[in-house]
Design a protein around this ligand. Structure first.
Ligand code: PLP
Length: 374
C-alpha cells in the first residue's frame, strides 16, 4: 500500500471540522439535562437553543422549527410517517424514505426519474391529477450516489398548487451547495450533521411553522412533543457549530472533480449523471467489465477510500435502486463507483486516484499472457 490515506468518500461521512470538535468537547463539560428547570439545565438548554439558531441560519429561515433527531434516517422517517399523509417519493430517494411504510402497510408511491437521474415532474403532475386528499411529496435535494441535483423548487410549486406538502431530504446539500429552505419551497427538510463536518448520530427535521408532525418516538415532551428522549447535547452542539462554519464558508470549487472526470473518461470511464446539474464534489464513474466491489477493494489496498455506487448500509454491495431507476443496465451499474471529495481534497490526491484507477483498468483489460510477457 502507498503511504498516506486518500479519503474520497465525503458523501458517506465528512471529517469532523474543528469548530464542531471544540463545541462537542465544551458540551461534554456541562452537567445538566436540557429539560431540567435548574440553572445547570438552563445552561444545557442554551446550547440546544444556540444550535437551533445556527441551523436555521444555515437554511435562511429563522421562523422554522428544528426537531433534533438521531440523524437523517430518523428525520426522514419522522417526516413521512409523522405527517400521517399519503406519500409520493422519487424513485431515487434514500432507503429511509422509500422504506418508510406506515402501520397500515401503505408505503410511498414512486415518482420515476429520467435517464439523466432527474425526477420526472410531468409524471408527478400526472400522478397527482386524481388525488383529492392532502398528500406529501418527498424529493431529495441531491442524490447521494450520482450527485444529481433535483428540481425541488419546481416540484414544490406543483405540489403547493394542489394543496400538498413538500419534504426535501437535503442531507447531501450543506457544504456543497446552498440550502435555502424558502427558495426550495420545502415544508419539511432533513439534515444530518455528519455529512458536513458535525458528529455522527445527530440530525434534524426542520419544519415550516404551522406544519403538523406527530411524534414517532413517544414518552416525553422534548422537541414540542414531536420527538421524545433526552437530547444528545454534545452531538447537537457539534451539529450547530458545523452549520455555522458551513454558513460562513464560500462555494465549493468543482474544478478538482471536473479534472478527475476528464482524466478518467480519457482512460475509458463514463460518468453517470453527467448530463444533469450535479453536486460539485461527486463523480459516479463506471469502469467497463470491472465490478465496483473489485475496484473499491483494489483502491483500498492503495489507501484510497471510495464507495461502490451501489453500496448499501450493511456494507455489502447490492444492485443500486438509483442506477436502476435511471435505466442503467445491471452490467453497467455493477461497475459504478462513487468518488466524493471535500474542501480539503488536494490535486495530488486526485492524481493518486487516477493512477490507481488506471492501473486497475489496465490490469483488467490486458490479457494475462501479455502481462506475463511484459
Ligand atoms: N439521506 C441521504 C440522501 C443520505 O445520503 C443519507 C446517508 O447516507 C441519509 C439520508 C441518512 O442519514 P444518516 O446517516 O444521518 O442516518
Amino acid at each position: 500500500m502507498t503511504s498516506g490515506a486518500v479519503y474520497l468518500d465525503h458523501n458517506a461521512t465528512a471529517p469532523v471540522c474543528n469548530s464542531a470538535r471544540q463545541a462537542v468537547a465544551e458540551a461534554l463539560q456541562i452537567t445538566g439535562n436540557p429539560s431540567s428547570v435548574h440553572r445547570q439545565g438552563a445552561r444545557a438548554r442554551q446550547v440546544v437553543d444556540m444550535a437551533r439558531e445556527q441551523i436555521l441560519g444555515l437554511l435562511g429561515n429563522p421562523e422554522a422549527e428544528v426537531v433534533f433527531t438521531s440523524g437523517g434516517t430518523e428525520a426522514n422517517n419522522l417526516a413521512l410517517l409523522g405527517s400521517g399523509l399519503p406519500v409520493f417519493a422519487s424513485a431515487i430517494e434514500h432507503p429511509s424514505v422509500i422504506e418508510a411504510v406506515r402501520s397500515d402497510g401503505e408505503g410511498p408511491i414512486m415518482i420515476p426519474v429520467d435517464r439523466t437521474g432527474i425526477v420526472a415532474l410531468d409524471e408527478l403532475d400526472r400522478l397527482l391529477a386524481g388525488v383529492t386528499d392532502r398528500f406529501l411529496v418527498s424529493i431529495m435535494l441531491a442524490n447521494n450516489e450520482t450527485g444529481v441535483i433535483q428540481p425541488v423548487s419546481e416540484a414544490a410549486r406543483l405540489v403547493h398548487d394542489r394543496g400538498g406538502l413538500l419534504h426535501c431530504d437535503a442531507v447531501q446539500g450543506p457544504g456543497k451547495v446552498t440550502v435555502d429552505m424558502d427558495a426550495l419551497g420545502a415544508d419539511l427538510l432533513t439534515l444530518s450533521a455528519h455529512k458536513f463536518g458535525g458528529p455522527m448520530g445527530v440530525g434534524a427535521l426542520v419544519i415550516r411553522k404551522g406544519v403538523e408532525i406527530r411524534a414517532m418516538n413517544l414518552g416525553g415532551g422534548q422537541e414540542g412533543y414531536r420527538r421524545a428522549g433526552t437530547h444528545n447535547l454534545p452531538g447537537i452542539a457539534g451539529f450547530g457549530a458545523a452549520a455555522r462554519t458551513i454558513a460562513q464558508s464560500g462555494p465549493f470549487d468543482q474544478g478538482i472533480r471536473d479534472y478527475l472526470e476528464v482524466q478518467c473518461v480519457a482512460r475509458g470511464a463514463s460518468v453517470i449523471g453527467a448530463q444533469a446539474p450535479r453536486l460539485p464534489n461527486t463523480a459516479c464513474l463506471t469502469m467497463p467489465t470491472v465490478s465496483s466491489e473489485t475496484q473499491v477493494m483494489a483502491l483500498d489496498l492503495e489507501g484510497i477510500a471510495v464507495s461502490a455506487g451501489s453500496a448499501c448500509s450493511s456494507g455489502k454491495v447490492g444492485p443500486s435502486h438509483v442506477l436502476a431507476a435511471m435505466g442503467i443496465p445491471p452490467d453497467v451499474a455493477s461497475t459504478a463507483i462513487r468518488v466524493s471529495m471535500g474542501t480539503s481534497t488536494q490535486r495530488d490526491e486526485i492524481d493518486r486516484f487516477i493512477a490507481a484507477w488506471t492501473t486497475i483498468y489496465e490490469r483488467a483489460h490486458t490479457p494475462a499472457r501479455a502481462r506475463m510477457a511484459s
